[in-house]
Design a protein around this ligand. Structure first.
Ligand SMILES: [Ca+2]
Length: 220
């Protein structure tokens, strides 16, 4: 009986040995979310010293991904292109532009628009002249896709949204020279677990020198 137990223990130990041998260093960190989705982040086990949570979004006040707070919480601007943002309501339609904004909720980034609150008359504009950038605070990529509504200028050289990884642009998107925003979806699977930022760039004061943006979503 004792001999039998020893054999069983040996079989288990041999099994564990072969499990680690043949699975190697590659593994996945699996994170189960409240909505039932499971995020898998590929890792090299040999590179991990420890795993911890850094609640940076909470301590920094969070990033307003759809601008419904009515301000630019979690975003940093340079220049003056985003001085009166976000914009309230479908301001292009209020000025009879014929290109509805297709924004989400009440507020959105409308680079041409100038209606920051309900006390401002609908239809006011700041035009194409101002230039600048709007950059989110860093966040960790934990979904396969990042999508957002994008409109405005269509020159990738001067009007674009960038995904930054460790401060460097890796993906870019521009509008279609219409005020009406459409959803753009970036595949960010290869950057899972990396520190990222979204950056809006308006580097033109000429025609279509503005960018429209709203409703960032993280999708699997
Ligand atoms: Ca919005």
């Amino acid at each position: 009986m004792v001999k039998y137990r020893r054999m069983s223990v040996m079989v288990v130990l041999i099994g564990i040995f072969f499990f680690f041998t043949f699975t190697g260093a590659q593994a996945e960190v699996k994170i189960e979310l409240k909505d039932g989705k499971v995020i898998s982040v590929p890792v090299n086990k040999q590179d991990i010293l420890s795993i911890s949570f850094e609640d940076s979004l909470a301590t920094s006040g969070g990033i307003d991904w759809n601008f419904e707070t009515g301000n630019l919480e979690g975003w940093t601007k340079t220049g003056n292109a985003f001085n009166f943002q976000p914009t309230l309501g479908d301001n292009p339609t209020a000025r009879h532009r014929g290109q509805p904004s297709n924004h989400q909720g009440d507020y959105w980034i409308g680079g041409y628009e100038k209606r920051h609150s309900s006390s401002d008359p609908p239809g006011q504009i700041q035009g194409d002249g101002p230039q600048g950038t709007l950059t989110s605070q860093p966040f960790v990529i934990s979904s396969q896709y990042i999508s957002f509504l994008l409109g405005g200028g269509c020159d990738l050289n001067t009007e674009r949204v960038e995904l930054l990884i460790d401060g460097q642009p890796v993906l870019k998107a521009t509008g279609k020279c219409t005020e009406t925003m459409e959803r753009v979806r970036l595949n960010v699977f290869q950057f899972l677990g990396r520190s990222a930022q979204l950056r809006l760039i308006d580097a033109s004061g000429g025609g279509w020198g503005h960018i429209n943006f709203d409703d960032v979503r993280f999708e699997n």
